[in-house]
Design a protein around this ligand. Sequence first.
Ligand code: PMP
Length: 394
Amino acid sequence: MFENLKEQPADKILMLMKMFADDPRERKIDLGVGVYRNAQGVTPVMRAVKSAERTLWEEQTTKSYTGLIGDPAFGDAMIGLVLGNAVPRETVAAAATPGGTGAVRQALELIRMANPQARIWVSDPTWPNHLSILNYLKMETVPYRYFDAETRGVDFTGMMEDLGRAAPGDVVLLHGCCHNPTGANLNMVEWQAVIDLLNQRGLMPMIDIAYQGFGDGLEEDAAATRLVASSVPECLIAASCSKNFGIYRERTGILMAVAQDAARQPVNQGTLAFLNRQNYSFPPDHGARLVTMILNDDALRAEWTAELEEMRTGMLAIRQQLADELQRLTGSDRFAFLAQHRGMFSRLGTTPEMVDKLRTDYGIYMVGDSRMNIAGLNAQTVPILARAIVDAGI
Ligand code: PMP
């Protein structure tokens, strides 16, 4: 049977990581993989996470199964973090999932169960795993214009034109904040216009929010998701705790289904439990428990928020330094977009040939579409990158 299996295409980012590891140059810079790193190049265990783990180690008396949707306390804590008071709690169904990826996968499976005809509109570009999962599930995918190659901001006119062609019942996949891979985001006026269009055309939003707290702040980054959830009849929200709690390998995420009224919530809740059962039964608990402990304890929550703010403002400072350095070297504002982008990524907006050149000639590694991980830089490497961008002729 195994002879029928074909070799799967290698993951581009993992290939890039290997090339970086094999590069003997000392001054090489890794802007590839999407993991936060501090100025020392380390992906730290956050202080509040360490504290919670210590307490958990002391106090946890069993590792028996939780429930199919995970510990309901995790759901409550995460609904609070993401949605605040935007919608009545009794309209929201939620289930823990293995990471944000698990939540995306379950959301798409739920859509396929509920409406096999639905087409999924995805930003061009989007996180490649969205496309890969959609393709695997054999769901029809339609790209909508998103990134303006000229301004490196959002092509809002193009986006609205394209979504204007969506049919009732279609689903629009939106990044709640900190768009991956571009770093370009809608402003609140544009979000409102998207919501009006969704409602006019009977489209359902699915929001993927994987970087809450990495852009403008915890509340600010949730504002668009909250506005959508409170303005449409129903929506799906896939949230990840990997980045903002730094618990990547613990596989911690949540899928929320917000219904029009509380009467629908039980069936949605049951469906989320059913989908977990079919795919992996009980979701992982360790990361979810740490998140719950942190969010429900004032001191831990304050510690976590403070460290997340340090990370966020550190990334903003790097953005500003890079934009300033490029302004100084080029005497123009054409790289000002780097300071306007939000989150961990910016799409430089150059050609694959230039990306190759940066790697080959300067030891600077970024993804082929010119996505840079801003957290891969520090005060010392920013000038090196800026110089290389200018010298390469970008
Ligand atoms: N959505 C987006 C847009 C992402 O960038 C990521 C992380 N790369 C995820 C979801 C999910 O990440 P994880 O499964 O590690 O929580």
